[in-house]
Design a protein around this ligand. Structure first.
Ligand SMILES: [Ca+2]
Length: 210
């Protein structure tokens, strides 16, 4: 014997099923329904993939930022090592030449000073300190300039004399350089310095980079 309540509940369930079927058949044909279901499943899958891709991309970007930071720190550390000190060497007399000439100093610590061109190219922006010293015998005048790109920064002079056979001089400067700025020593035309005995030197050091 089935109770009235059970009958009511069964009828209600049947009604619900009928409504669901009607709704499905009303909104689409059976094949279409199948397709829509599959399409919905694909869309869900795509959403999951997209979410996971976004997460991966975020993780990659974070890693990339960390790596960039590390590279910058390493570059900064490397930059602290910029230093060179170069005696002219090679010959008794450098000059006299008929034109202003860049002195090529012979030895080098670090890679910033080019021994072939005589030009120091700032590897990083920063505050640098440069010094130069020379020796000359008085047979010619001396006219030396520490150059930053095409600008004369500091100079040292001496006159041509027959009685004063041992001239020594020099100068120094702090320079604020941008990366790639050139610093070099220019010997004025018709003048000379002594290249031998490590007596004519050019040195530079990076004090700090910003
Ligand atoms: Ca002199």
């Amino acid at each position: 014997m089935v109770s009235k309540a059970a009958l009511r509940s069964r009828r209600k369930r049947m009604l619900n099923i009928n409504q669901e079927v009607t709704a499905e058949t009303e909104s689409c044909f059976p094949n279409m329904c199948k397709f829509l279901k599959e399409f919905r499943a694909i869309k869900e899958k795509q959403k999951t993939i997209e979410t996971s891709m976004n997460e991966n991309q975020e993780a990659l970007e974070t890693k990339l930022k960390e790596t960039e930071k590390l590279v910058l720190e390493l570059k900064k550390k490397e930059a602290q090592k910029v230093v060179f000190s170069a005696p002219a060497g090679g010959s008794w007399s450098i000059g006299p030449f008929t034109t202003d000439t860049t002195i090529i100093y012979r030895t080098n610590v670090g890679n910033a000073y080019n021994q072939h061109t005589g030009i120091f190219a700032a590897p990083v922006a920063g505050t640098y300190y440069f010094t130069f010293f020379y020796h000359a015998g008085g047979s010619e005048a001396v006219r030396l300039a520490l150059m930053k790109n095409n600008e004369v920064i500091v100079t040292a002079y001496d006159h041509k004399t027959s009685h004063d056979g041992a001239d020594n001089g020099g100068n120094a400067a702090f320079l604020q350089l941008q990366q790639g700025d050139h610093v070099y020593m220019r010997l004025g035309y018709n003048t000379n310095v002594w290249g031998d005995s490590h007596i004519t030197t050019f040195s530079g050091i990076l004090l700090h980079s910003p």
